[in-house]
Design a protein around this ligand. Sequence first.
Ligand code: ADP
Ligand code: MG
Length: 259
Amino acid sequence: MNEAVKVDDVTQVYVTEQRATLAIQQMSFAIHRGEFVSLIGPSGCGKTTVLSIIAGLIAPTVGTVQVAGETVRGPSTRVGYMLQQDYLFPWRTIADNAAIGLEISGTLSKEKKEEVLHLLDEMGLLRFKDYYPAQLSGGMRQRVALVRTLATDPEILLLDEPFSALDYQTKLQLEDLVVETLRAKRKTALLVTHDISEAIAMSDRVIVLEPNPGRIRKQFEVPTAIRDPLPFVAREQPGFNALFRDIWQEFGGDTDAES
Ligand code: ADP
Ligand code: MG
């Protein structure tokens, strides 16, 4: 069976008038179907670049990326992208914002409209369908962005720090909602975060990157006892803190510190 995502020996150089930046050097990894993987690492280590290449928004300088066995040559509805900012259009209602991907791809049927409403219902947003984004909280808006991403039924979701602008409680609630939803729909996901505990709590596997140039430093399989429960409960499992410390150390963190 094909891997959901295969990043093969990818190198990315950004060239501007001032300089050339080696953003990613010879990076290779694969994500299995249905797997939830997190990429973590300090700012500038190439996380967003990796997602942009998988999404087909930029072509790698060297190397190839495959999604479901096919080489990525440009953007495709098979890949959904969710960002830190929700980018909802202020003049469109929640329902119309959620359906925009379908509208752009020219696939917004009556049936699909019903599906969008069903997704909004699953996210507890149905009664806000005729509201405008400004009338919703940050967490609700991110839920709308999630519906918008799921509405086109992508095989893979790329999540670039989708919770980092939210308050802590909202973030914890959304982590559970996202994991629960993606599991039920058997989606493959790649999350970028610089929150180690979020990465452990949500993922099956954590890939730690290092900067200058961006490379894989180390990968950690999350033990079953931690990855089976939803993120909130995962944080209370034995072994969670030990794994946190192992990953923290890869960042050059001080292991004697109280964390
Ligand atoms: P991260 O998401 O991990 O913070 P990025 O992928 O955004 O990292 O950036 C990796 C490196 O590439 C950084 O040094 C950044 O300055 C550089 N970079 C990113 N995008 C561009 C661009 N469009 N042009 C030039 N340099 C870029
Ligand atoms: Mg980034």
